[in-house]
Design a binder for this molecule. Structure first.
Ligand code: 3HC
Length: 659
């Protein structure tokens, strides 16, 4: 029979009495208005056609349904609403079975929950990731999921927003069966159950659980979502599902969804979502094919190099780690294998994948091995002479088409590139420590980097599963430049009268996991000290300079590794140290500063403004391409709370509020 079309994105064909409905709304089959209209029309058609026994719902392409259309948020509502469509599916007289061919997320999962059966391919995944967008499920997820999988599992899934693969979904009771041919399996299920009482999720009872277990499950989720309101709201709704009828539960869920959808938290997280999708895209580079990168050379297998090696190995690359001596190469192998072992222990890697990684790993003291590399990443001591010498040597060893990357944090990568005969193949790949865990990588586009080298590096970072942000060349690149401005302003305030612990407390209350002085202690104060000494000769005498950090370093207070820095750490506990207070008092007195009080609001406002001003300068200088890139750097590299959207987003909101 010929295809039936219900809207621009929903079509169907009738096969042996079953209406096979396909949603085709690239790229992820989001539930845009025309999809909802099409689904409603398909149901009408099935209801009014006697020879149709039931319906199978599936998606075209790789996704089943990626959720509500996030781009519609903030626009006037268009009928039919998603809860209406979902309600109609559940109440439908004839069986509606979904054939989940790919991800069923958010509204997509809610459609699946309302169907009378769920058949999934093994590679499909189910999830209600709404809290990651600062909202709660708005089409029945908080009420139907606990009925199907129990309240404890629902709190975990909805509260964290994590997704589960089909086999796990089946174990939970969320999927009914896994099939390599889900449409055919779903169609035969339709024929099997047609005419019989249908299993409607909304009519099931929520299995009882004791309150202590619920409290523990909720506490576990909330511990990881400090400062955000959506997870707590989601848990409240899920817990209520056991005590109210479906209608009341759905009404409360919808009201909560609409309230949160209009919140700053949700706007911030949506901004982050779209900024992440835009990151690493460079308009001028569209259409350029990346070079193949399979074998990665890593020079230096210390803390940073071994982390990079693990990231490369676990994403399927071959790795050659280069060290200066065979003993150091063996130690490097041990470090990398140790990190891989830890990944197995924490279930981030399977034992089989570990073996495959080790089979692709070699460490050596023989530099000529790097002739096999498509990309060489240098992760040696951050010293310009050491790095330029290394690049000069690498230039004679690697293939002419191999890419050379430096992992420097502060040195000038253009100077490193110029030490080679072909600076077009050189760029910066600034990983953050620990490199196998941290998502952020600043991809530094040097003065002479060739476009296809940049494209290849971006593709490589994406294949690592990381977030690439392009930065131009500047001292500290995007992140460390903003971080320096943040630290400078914090130190100004301390000199003027704020205590370091008050500054840290204000930023922690804002949502940073750790305030700036605690972070400095964690990272160690000596690198910034060395940089300040380097800059001393060129520093303008008119520039305000706070000497407190220098005094701390001179007193041997280099941070946590020396047991003391801005704070003392008796038994590892961060504690105010009277010696630091004395150093600060002396520094203020030396400049004749009479200390004054700062409110927490003034502290956060001034620090935010310092970050934003530096961000604006980076945009004006063309170092950063988009405000969203700056936000992602600060969120993923420096602990800026994602639910505040990053400094540039937060500043825009602040302006809107105060305008
Ligand atoms: N709405 C609108 N656009 C979406 C979208 C959505 N739900 N999900 C993804 N997109 C867009 C992206 O913006 C991107 O657009 P671009 O190409 O113009 O940059 C494109 O689809 C491809 O996205 P990805 O690059 O992320 O593609 P992947 O293949 O890597 O991942 C995905 C696909 C797993 C579906 C991922 O995009 C994703 O996680 N999407 C969000 C899922 C989600 O949060 N759904 C819940 C929405 S809220 C909801 O449903 C409320 C309901 O309860 C009422």
């Amino acid at each position: 029979m010929s295809a039936l079309r219900f809207s621009e994105s929903v079509s169907a064909r009738l096969e042996d009495g079953v209406l096979l409905v396909t949603i085709d709304n690239p790229p992820v089959n989001a539930l845009s208005a025309h999809v909802r209209t099409g689904l409603a029309a398909a149901l009408n058609h099935a209801a009014g056609t006697v020879e149709i026994a039931g319906v199978v719902l599936t998606g075209a392409g790789r996704a089943f349904i990626g959720g509500a259309d996030i781009r519609e948020f903030g626009k006037p509502p268009v009928e039919p609403s998603l809860p209406d469509v979902v309600g109609r599916i559940e109440a439908f007289d004839k069986p509606v079975i979904c054939a989940v061919n790919g991800v069923a997320l958010g509204g997509g999962c809610e459609v699946a929950l309302a169907c009378h059966g769920r058949i999934a391919v093994e590679t499909a995944a189910f999830g209600l990731p709404e809290v990651k967008l600062g909202i709660v499920p708005g089409a029945g997820g908080t009420q139907r999921l606990p009925r199907l999988v129990g309240t404890l599992a629902a709190i975990d899934l909805i509260g964290t927003g994590r997704t589960v693969k089909s086999l796990d979904a089946m174990a939970l009771g969320l999927a009914d069966a896994v099939s390599a041919h889900p449409v055919a399996t779903a169609a035969s299920l339709v024929r099997q159950v047609a005419g019989q009482p249908l299993r409607r999720t909304g009519s099931l009872d929520v299995p009882p659980v004791d309150d202590d277990a619920l409290d523990a499950a909720a506490a576990k989720v909330l511990a990881k979502s400090r400062g955000q309101s959506a997870p707590a709201e989601a848990i409240r709704l899920v817990r209520a599902a056991g005590g109210v009828d479906l209608e009341a539960g759905l009404a409360e869920e919808r009201a909560t969804f609409l309230r949160l959808r209009d919140s700053t938290e949700s706007a911030a997280l949506r901004h982050v979502f779209f900024a992440e999708r835009a990151a690493g895209k460079v308009e001028q580079l569209e259409g350029i094919t990346p070079r193949r990168i399979e074998t990665v050379g890593i020079v230096g297998t210390g803390l940073m190099g071994s982390g990079i090696a693990v990231a490369a190995l676990t994403s399927g690359h071959r790795v050659i780690g280069l060290e200066q001596t065979p003993e150091a190469a063996a130690a490097g192998m041990g470090r990398i294998a140790g990190l891989l072992d830890k990944a197995v222990q924490s279930k981030r890697l399977t034992a089989a994948a570990l073996d495959a990684c080790l089979a692709r790993l070699e460490t050596t003291a023989d530099a000529s091995a790097l002739a096999a590399a498509d990309l060489v990443i240098e992760a040696v001591f951050d010293d310009l002479a050491v790095k330029t010498d290394l690049f000069r040597r690498l230039d004679g060893i690697v293939r002419p088409d191999a890419i050379l990357a430096t992992n420097t944090s502060y040195l000038d990568p253009d100077a490193i590139a110029d030490a080679t005969t072909d600076p077009r193949r050189v760029l910066g790949l600034h990983f953050f420590s620990p490199a196998h865990i941290m998502r952020l990588v600043e991809v530094v586009d040097c003065a002479k980097t060739a476009p296809d080298v940049l494209v290849s590096a971006l593709a490589f970072v994406k294949r690592l599963g990381k977030l690439p942000i392009v930065s131009g060349v500047t001292e500290g690149f995007i992140g460390n430049r903003i971080f320096s401005a943040y630290r400078r302003e914090a130190e100004f305030m301390v000199e003027d009268g704020a205590e370091p612990q008050a500054v840290d407390a204000a930023m922690e209350a804002y949502g940073f996991p750790m305030g700036i002085f605690a972070v400095n202690d964690m990272a160690g104060l000596e690198i910034a000290w060395a940089r300040r000494k380097r800059q001393a000769a060129t520093r303008s005498p008119d520039e305000r300079y706070v000497e407190i950090a220098d005094r701390l370093c001179e007193a041997g207070r280099l941070g946590r590794k020396t047991g003391r820095g801005w704070y003392a750490y008796p038994d590892g506990v961060r504690t105010i140290d009277p010696n630091v207070t004395a150093i600060i008092d002396a520094a203020r007195a030396a400049k004749g500063i009479v200390p004054r009080n700062f409110t927490a609001e003034e502290i956060t406002d001034r620090l935010l403004k310092a970050m934003v001003d530096e961000g604006a300068a980076l945009l004006a200088e063309g170092i950063a391409a988009r405000p969203g890139d700056i936000d992602l750097v600060m969120i993923n590299g420096y602990g800026f709370p994602a639910h505040k959207g990053g400094p540039m987003f937060a500043a825009g909101r602040h302006e809107e509020r105060t305008a």
